[in-house]
Design a protein around this ligand. Structure first.
Ligand SMILES: [Fe+2]
Length: 242
């Protein structure tokens, strides 16, 4: 079982987000190899064809899961597309985006499954779960080369549309920038960031709800190519079925 020293759900309920450095997690030895294998998936992502700014610096894969609250189990939903409204993502929203699916090895990776269930349990620890949830898994690599930066959040300061989102750093290689900025959860973002955090290690993570304003600064490469790899998991509560 994955464990963490922080009350993630309590912090998100109280402050709408929480930053969790990797050393606060413990991972079971039995999943060590699967956790290492998962990180290698990022070498096999596909270009994101939906970049309205013409950028060629984003690579990704996407998978959708359904969590049945009554049965308590997680099912992978094949061939799912990803939708964000224009309001949430003025740059790339407003259409169904069909990203490359998660690789079969990724879907069957026991660490990924454990991570999804862990994040869900943590984020919803303060709430009574009756409804089913849709859970999106995004593997994303942002690249930069000498003189050409990559932008993790081309839409700028924004909020996400899902009830909850978790973000785990997988790798940073040969880059500067890629700093996380958090701007509160009021009707408008604060004029100055309330928190600034640079994730450095595999599994430096943050968790937040849909009210949190956030952005990530562009990445620049040193000599040669650089990249920043993250896994984003988003959690959407479905309306109660009658
Ligand atoms: Fe976001």
């Amino acid at each position: 079982m994955i464990t963490v020293q922080t009350d993630l759900g309590g912090n998100v309920a109280r402050a709408q987000y929480v930053l969790v450095p990797s050393h606060e997690f413990s991972f079971p030895a039995a999943l060590h190899e699967a956790r290492e294998l998962l990180s290698r998936d990022w070498d096999h992502l596909e270009p994101d064809p939906y970049m309205a700014d013409g950028g060629k610096y984003r690579f990704r894969r996407y998978g959708l899961y359904r969590l049945s609250a009554s049965a308590g189990h997680l099912t992978h939903v094949p061939d799912a597309s990803f939708y964000q409204s224009i309001e949430v993502n003025p740059l790339n929203g407003g259409e169904n985006r069909h990203f490359a699916p998660l690789a079969a090895d990724t879907v069957s990776n026991p660490f990924l499954r454990e991570l999804i269930e862990f994040d869900f349990a943590q984020l919803t620890s303060r709430q009574h779960i009756e409804d089913d949830w849709l859970i999106g898994v995004h593997q994303i690599r942002i690249t930069a080369t000498t003189g050409v930066q990559g932008n993790p959040t081309p839409e700028g300061i924004h909020r996400d549309d899902e009830n909850y989102t978790s973000q785990h750093l997988v790798a940073r290689h040969n880059i500067g920038g890629g700093i996380n900025y958090f701007y509160g959860s009021g009707p408008e973002p604060t004029s100055r960031p309330q928190a600034v955090w640079k994730q450095e290690s595999y599994f430096d993570s943050y968790y937040f709800d849909r009210s949190l304003w956030h952005s990530v600064s562009p990445i620049t490469a040193g000599d040669g190519d650089g990249y920043r790899d993250v896994i984003l998991i988003d959690f959407v509560e479905l309306p109660e079925a009658h």
